[in-house]
Design a protein around this ligand. Sequence first.
Ligand SMILES: Nc1ncnc2c1ncn2[C@@H]1O[C@H](COP(=O)(O)OP(=O)(O)OP(=O)(O)O)[C@@H](O)[C@H]1O
Length: 824
Amino acid sequence: MPPKRKASGAIRGASKAGRTSGVSTPGAETPRSIGSSDEYSDQEIASESEVENLDKAHGKFSLAGYQRKPKAVGYDAVSHLFGKKDFSWLKLKPDHENRPLWIDPEKGLIILESFNPLAPQAQDFLITIAEPLSRPTFLHEYMLTTHSLYAAVSVGLNPKDIINALNRFLKTPLPDGVRSFIEGCTESYGKIKLVLKNTKYLVETTDPNMLQMLLKDPEISQFRVHGSEGTSLAPTMGGLVIPGTKNAAGVREATEIKSGDKQQGQEGEKPEEGNIYAALNEEDDDDDKEAVHSFEIKDEGVETVQKRCLELGFPVLEEYDFRNDEVNANLEIDLRPATQIRPYQEKSLSKMFGNGRAKSGIIVLPCGAGKTLVGITAACTVKKGIIVLCTSSMSVVQWRQEFLKWSNINPDDIAVFTSDNKSMFSGNTGIVVTTYSMVTQTRERSHDAKKMMDFLSGREWGLMLLDEVHVVPAQIFRKVTTRIKTHSKLGLTATLLREDDKISDLNFLIGPKLYEANWMELSEQGHIAKVQCAEVWCSMPTEFYEEYLKAPGRKKQLLYVMNPTKFQACQYLINYHESRGDKIIVFSDDVWALKRYAEKLGKAMIYGATAQHERIRILENFQHNPAINTLFLSKIGDTSLDLPEATCLIQISSHYGSRRQEAQRLGRILRAKRRNDEGFNAFFYSLVSKDTQEMFYSSKRQAFLVDQGYAFKVITQLQDIDKTPDLAFASPSERRELLQDVLVSQEDEEVIDDLWHQGSQGRAQRRKPKVRRTAGTLNELSGGQDMAYVEQNKSMNKTLKKNKKESHAFFKKLQRERDRRKQQ
Ligand SMILES: Nc1ncnc2c1ncn2[C@@H]1O[C@H](COP(=O)(O)OP(=O)(O)OP(=O)(O)O)[C@@H](O)[C@H]1O
């Protein structure tokens, strides 16, 4: 029986779903304080229509103007605990238990009960209309934003579809404020478009009043090119099938949502797909007849105009009608017939090509989930000139190879532009793969490089693929987008995170987030590996801790990284996982520590100063040589390393509280080849010195992964660690020596590899350590015996070098293949 009272329960303080249980279990069973049931009336409860104040410019609801009536809080024993988050005045629907969604009426925050039978459908819908914030096991959080609603509109949903579907899944009626927000946002989308025609940027609108408003706006008009105003007819649109899929882009998604909606209205009646598709196209056809008014803006004004339009509440739509582009030559490219893109790849692309045109934006997929193939499929859909920007010349080579692997592109039509290679494609259009630094460098260019750059900036490109968008500074994107004229941009990343909060800049520079995959779902489906995460707490010996307390910043850091207990934990875990047949990567940001660890444990290492040929040799050994199972890597291994053999990761030092780095590092084992073996798990350990700053950073670092549903176990004791053979720093004298060594290490020694420097391998190779370490350890100074040990162990990299001559037939074959490729 439905409960009688008006406000029977709602979301209370559930903002960190999954980590705290903040959701009340409303309904008749909820215990209530005596006498509370009749203490409030309709007038006393804040009306839903009061929650109307929206801050469209930021895509959020504003609290301003919202006054909760005092008596609404405290009607039962627990309400007061939830303070402003007590939304118990929202009425629950009688069958609320069958519905999976809660909503925060003030912020547009939606919470999904992932255990509800309707959760899969609701989740598909939410991915279409809202941005995922956190998706741990039981409760997922999504946020309605202007950008997410814009993406929903562009796959063919109208405000009515969104409101009806949301109403269907919600446990409470849809608050009026949220309804107005959806209507307000979705109706203003698409009113203004930014279009590139003959290398000129045009602002287009079908509404003459809107045109006047834009022309009169002082911020916009300063970038207007006078005398460029014109009127034309909008082009025709129609169904588009993305290569590697069977469905017209976006149609399936929109259809599912609309059909669900229809089912709600007429129980048992199956929707007819054809009709819905026809309805979508009908709407498109109506569009086609409209006149389009336009004016040109200067190249340097693009970002300001976009920002200003968003402030005015009319986000600019950047769309490329590539199928009607008769100015730019078509590119002969298709996916190879055997290529099948995965459902989540298809979903992400349908967000981009939802209405038959290419929208600019960012697709977020976990590491190893196949972003490259998503980019290639987008290129095969657009079939115009494509420019790919990568972070390193190694990635440039990989992208070219992937294009050749997955598509039928003629090798002559795909050129690379790096410091050592400036090839040009042969036909009148093609693909160019290059690095961000090649395009944006300001230094004097060589004749060839200048010629190539003039070529790149002097023509129109159909699509720009931007790899690893999260690492590139915003000003680099600004330079890229002003130098290279492209109709559409697709950014690819695993972690749309920046600690400097500059991520929203990408909305203007590239476009909104179009799709973000669910990591847990992909690992359940076997597309990425399942990972067990653990934080190992390593206590610090007293003498280390005393020094730690009084040491300055950098030394503090070195002390907690070089904590001998941590070293022993690392040794123990390496032994344990090597004996299980795992391949292990040990990460350290701190190069000083990296070298000491690797040398003492006799393992191979790669860091910024490791020459390219040596890197390749070590990586090959790690992958194929059963004797080399552990590899120490500095920050340069955080991204772009394809090591599907790796199954275990140990982190001994990291970059403060960087959530992005944590996720990127985890990504190194998500591609584990053995991921589909029965019962297989990859392992991710973070070694943390107890009671130091590292503990604070560590929990901050984990926030993103926790939001993706990963649970970190805390290990305080490693079983039988003291029985480890040759356990390092087991005696007090060894620990004392280590401490002295850390204390006398020089402050300005090369410490951390700069990732951006590694962006160009060429530069990284030439870069020398800033200062060579001159001071010895106390041991060395006193002619210490450990020196011989260090020298002997330092040579694991050298051992691999020596072994090169007696290479296994497999490596010889690899080498021959590489040589052959180079000659091509
Ligand atoms: N649809 C598909 N069918 C078969 N294999 C695929 C498909 N999509 C991706 N893969 C494979 O998955 C692996 C990972 O792909 P890719 O290197 O593009 O991942 P990524 O998302 O770019 O990872 P990272 O962020 O770590 O660079 C590759 O070996 C790729 O060939």
